[in-house]
Design a binder for this molecule. Structure first.
Ligand code: ZN
Length: 171
């Protein structure tokens, strides 16, 4: 069996990673993203990610983090499971440890500044970025508030039929 998804992914020197334009990719089970647990209906599925190092024309080291997957969030209306497509694309400016983040970077909406600490944990970084991207109050486009009798949110086929008859009306 593959160890992928259970071994920690660590970047020893993030600034060097950026300057060398290295690329790392992997896949992580949603269950491993522990800080997301409160927002999830269940921990099914996995997230595919790709981290690209970049030293732009301004010679500033950056990481580009892209991630895709489907998370099962909890609908805030019916409390049921809600498939939410994750499509993350973050630009992260690497600031050397001990250096202050320049003010203009804090005001920049296009990118976030992060400390370029040694042995950077990629999964923790991924968790940070997913938490920022999650909707505050996820809801189905259409859903029923659960009724007191029976917790099943699905309509019975008879109710659907009755609804169709009522809606069609006599001609
Ligand atoms: Zn719902």
């Amino acid at each position: 069996m593959s160890q992928e998804g259970s071994t920690p992914v660590v970047i020893a020197d993030p600034i060097r990673f950026a300057r060398d334009a290295r690329v790392l990719r992997g896949q992580v089970a949603v269950g491993r993203l522990g800080r997301l647990a409160d927002q999830l209906f269940d921990a099914s599925g996995s997230v595919a990610w790709e981290l690209t190092g970049q030293a732009g024309e301004d010679r500033k080291p950056r990481l580009l983090l892209a991630a895709n997957g489907t998370l099962r969030l909890r609908c805030q209306r019916c409390l049921g499971g809600l498939d939410w497509p994750l499509a993350l694309s973050s630009r992260l400016l690497l600031v050397p440890v001990g250096q202050e983040i320049p003010e203009e970077e804090l005001e920049d909406d296009e990118q976030d500044a992060i400390e370029a600490a040694a042995d950077m944990d990629v999964v923790a970084l991924l968790e940070d970025e997913i938490l920022l991207a999650l909707p505050i109050a996820p809801r189905h486009d259409e859903c029923d508030v659960p009724r007191p009798e029976g917790g099943d949110s699905k309509k019975s086929p008879f109710a659907v039929l009755a609804g169709l008859k009522a809606g069609a009306g006599p001609r």
